[in-house]
Design a protein around this ligand. Structure first.
Ligand SMILES: Nc1nc2c(ncn2[C@@H]2O[C@H](COP(=O)(O)OP(=O)(O)O)[C@@H](O)[C@H]2O)c(=O)[nH]1
Ligand SMILES: [Mg+2]
Length: 201
C-alpha cells in the first residue's frame, strides 16, 4: 500500500555518486537541494525519512563519518539531493575539520545548480555559529533555505514550539519546521518544500 505521507517522486530517490570535493562533483545538470548540518544533527535519518528508504544515507551512531559529498538522483524531477559533510564534530583533528569546512564552503559558494539548502539542527541546540555561517553563504547567493529542527520527539510540545518560534524570529525569511525521523513530524511539509525546489518552483 502506498504511504500517504511520502512524496511519490522523492520515494524514487537513488544513490548516484560520491565526491571528495567540488572538483570531483558530477557535471551541473539539474537542480540540487543540499542537506547540511552539524554531524549527528540527524541529516542521514532525515534523508532516509524524506525518501522513505531505510538505508539511502547511512545512519551512524558514530558522528563525523560522512566526509564525502553524496549525490542522490530524484528520477522524475531531473534533480538531485546532495548530502553534504557534517561539521562541528569535536573529536576530529582541527586540520581535517578545516578541510571539510573548506569543501563545504566551496560547494555552497560555487555550485551553480544548488537551488535550495536544507539546514538541519537539533531542536535542542539550534543556530550555532557554524549553522549561521551556512545561512550567510546561502544568503549571499539567494539560495532558498529550509530550517529543519530535528529530533522534535525529544522535547515536549511546548518546548518544541518555543524553539521553533525563537529560530523563526532569527530567520524570518526561511521556512522553519519541527521535524522528527522517529515520529515523522514535519515530513509532509518538508517533502513538499524539497520537491518544489527540485521542480524549480
Ligand atoms: N530521537 C530521535 N533520534 C534521532 C532522530 N534523527 C536522528 N536521530 C539519532 O541521532 C543520531 C544521529 O543521526 P544521523 O542521522 O546519523 O545524523 P547525521 O550525523 O546528521 O547524519 C542517530 O543515533 C539517530 O538514530 C530523531 O528524529 N529522533
Ligand atoms: Mg550522516
Amino acid at each position: 500500500m502506498r504511504d500517504a505521507q511520502l512524496d511519490p517522486k522523492l520515494s524514487q530517490t537513488a544513490f548516484s555518486v560520491s565526491a571528495p570535493s567540488l572538483d570531483f562533483c558530477p557535471p551541473e545538470c539539474g537542480p540540487e537541494v543540499g542537506f547540511c548540518g552539524r554531524s549527528n544533527a540527524g541529516k542521514s535519518s532525515a534523508l532516509n525519512t524524506l525518501t522513505g528508504q531505510k538505508n539511502l544515507a547511512r545512519v551512524s551512531k558514530t558522528p563525523g563519518r560522512t566526509q564525502l559529498i553524496n549525490f542522490f538522483e530524484v528520477p522524475e524531477t531531473g534533480g538531485f539531493l546532495v548530502d553534504l559533510p557534517g561539521y562541528g564534530y569535536a573529536k576530529v583533528p582541527e586540520a581535517m575539520k578545516r578541510q571539510w569546512q573548506h569543501h563545504l564552503g566551496t560547494f555552497l559558494t560555487k555550485r551553480r545548480t544548488l537551488t535550495g539548502l536544507v539546514l538541519l539542527m537539533d531542536v535542542r541546540h539550534p543556530m550555532t555559529d557554524l549553522d549561521q555561517q551556512m545561512l550567510t553563504l546561502a544568503d549571499h547567493r539567494e539560495i532558498d533555505t529550509l530550517l529543519l529542527l530535528t529530533k522534535n520527539d525529544k522535547l515536549s510540545r511546548n518546548q518544541a514550539a518555543n524553539s521553533r518560534h525563537s529560530v523563526q524570529k532569527k530567520r524570518p525569511q526561511s521556512l522553519v519546521l519541527n521535524f522528527s525521523s522517529l515520529d515523522r513530524t514535519g515530513l509532509v511539509e518538508a517533502s513538499s518544500w524539497v520537491r518544489q525546489r527540485l521542480e524549480g518552483q
